[in-house]
Design a protein around this ligand. Structure first.
Ligand code: SF4
Length: 479
């Protein structure tokens, strides 16, 4: 075993609540169940980790579409009375973290419009990279937009071509829209699910009795005791109505580009995404970290919950005992009063508190899943030093994050990525570590069951699988 020193530290980064990558969105849709809205409510509970800014459910009894949306968390927004009012055997739900458009009620989803006497509601996960250009074109043709979200573009494209039939309209969408989208659209009597040509974001199909569920992650199927059937394929459109389930495949074929960050960070560990169990993937990352960086330490620990499973994998593989060296306060909400400048570190500390008796005088190895700005990690490491940890090393279970994401994850400028402008030794010193290492990209890919050419790794290697719009920003429709 070789001690991992300041001199031979390889690479990577840290983070905490303030500089975590932000979750994106979650979708849950039901066709053919008498308690569709209530099932959707539970499904959204399972997906709450994907978005905490707003949530909404639309439901249809075959004739009339009703909705309820609000800012906040699922249990804050819905109650028994509200769910009783969302009648029907079809429902579509969404939890949102804003990646395009501000965090406002007007941008909450599902987004609903009336067109030619028909209702269309859309729930979307991902970012459309050419939404800006399409919107400019549509506005020049006289279309009027109600929100500042890219998703609204899709409804306008459907409305333009719906006279040819709903499935034709959906194919028009797949042809024109580029980027990352897993999307479900609901009319009074039909549910349509579709996934972009590259399959950036997950979307799966399940069965519950004689009905169907479409959702972002399999953990939501588990909760409602639905059976997983399969993933919606990249470029596939599923149409579910009283004729049954029809699958339409796009003739356009593009390379797959599954977002590796879904596996590293976003998806719940009890989900399977892209055909892979997330828990086992993260454990494998830890095993490979142990092979790449065999360190001498008294204990290995995560900052919960990030790094939990990679820390387990590191410990099992290396024999370094795992300890929960910091304890998470589970009752801290999303927001709390930001104290004055002199008290600002309290904001980070309120969530995690170290166990002094465990860490004092010990050589501690912290496993993290990512480092965005590094500011939260710095505060946490300062706390570990203050309570007397003898050495503090950190390993990150992915490569340094050097490039922004344009496909639906909210770190869209290089300025906010510490690894974009600091070397690994500089990051190590900034955070105050004895050593820092990042999992190599080959080992990251090896942690999956997916060939490298089917993954998006752009935030690590800068190779964007779909051309990006440099002028795109989260608030570009508000300028
Ligand atoms: S750039 Fe990174 S976060 Fe964005 S889709 Fe690709 S792998 Fe995922």
């Amino acid at each position: 075993m070789k001690m991992f020193s300041r001199r031979d530290a390889k690479t990577l980064r840290i983070s905490g609540p303030e500089d975590r990558p932000r979750d994106e969105c979650g979708i849950f849709a039901v066709y053919g169940h008498e308690d569709a809205a209530k099932l959707t409510y539970f499904g959204l509970y399972a997906l709450q980790h994907r978005g905490q800014e707003s949530a909404g459910i639309v439901a249809s009894d075959g004739m009339r579409v009703v909705e309820h949306k609000a800012m906040g968390l699922v249990p804050e927004i819905f109650n028994e009375g509200i769910l009783d009012g969302l009648k029907g055997t079809m429902a579509l739900g969404h939890v949102r973290y804003s990646t395009t458009g501000s965090s406002l009620l007007v941008n909450a989803q599902p987004f609903r419009i009336q067109h030619s006497g028909r209702t269309l509601a859309v729930a979307h996960n991902g970012n459309l990279v050419n939404a800006r250009q399409i919107r400019i074109q549509l506005e020049e043709e006289g279309h009027i937009f109600q929100s500042t979200m890219d998703s609204e573009v899709v409804l306008h494209l459907i409305a333009k071509t719906i006279r040819k039939g709903l499935d034709q309209a959906m194919q028009e969408v797949v042809t024109r829209v580029r980027g990352a989208y897993s999307m479900v659209i609901m009319t009074e009597d039909t549910l349509i699910a579709m996934r972009d040509l590259n399959g950036f974001r997950p979307l799966c199909l399940g069965r519950l009795n004689s009905g169907y569920i479409v959702t972002s992650e399999t953990c939501a199927l588990d909760l409602v005791e639905a059976e997983y059937i399969r993933d919606v394929e990249p470029g596939e459109i599923l149409v579910i109505n009283d004729q049954g389930l029809q699958s339409i495949r796009s003739e356009k074929v593009e390379r797959r580009a599954h977002c590796i960050f879904e596996l590293i960070y976003f998806a719940r560990p009890d989900s399977n995404v892209f055909g892979q169990n997330v828990y086992l993937f993260r454990k494998k990352q830890g095993q490979l970290l142990a092979e790449e960086f065999p360190l001498e330490a008294d204990l290995v620990m995560p900052f919960p919950d990030s790094g939990n499973y990679a820390a387990l994998g590191y410990s099992h593989s290396s024999g370094v005992p795992i300890e929960m060296g910091v304890i998470r306060n589970h009752y801290v909400g999303r927001t709390f009063i930001q104290p004055s400048q002199t008290m600002r570190d309290f904001g980070v500390k309120v969530k995690l508190n170290p166990v002094k008796e465990l860490l004092k005088g010990r050589r501690v190895l912290v496993i993290e899943d990512s480092i965005i700005r590094g500011t939260t990690a710095r505060t946490r490491i300062k706390t570990l030093r203050r309570i007397g940890a003898r050495e503090i090393h950190m390993l990150v279970s992915c490569p340094p994050h050097r490039f922004p994401c344009f496909y639906g994850i909210d770190f869209s400028t290089r300025g906010e990525l510490i690894a974009a402008h600091k070397s690994v030794p500089e990051i190590r010193d900034f955070i105050g570590l004895d050593s820092l290492g990042y999992l190599g990209i080959e080992n990251l890919v090896q942690s999956t069951h997916i060939p490298r050419e089917d993954l998006c790794l752009a935030c690590f290697d800068g190779e964007y699988p779909v051309p990006i719009d440099e002028k795109f920003s989260k608030l570009c429709f508000e300028c």
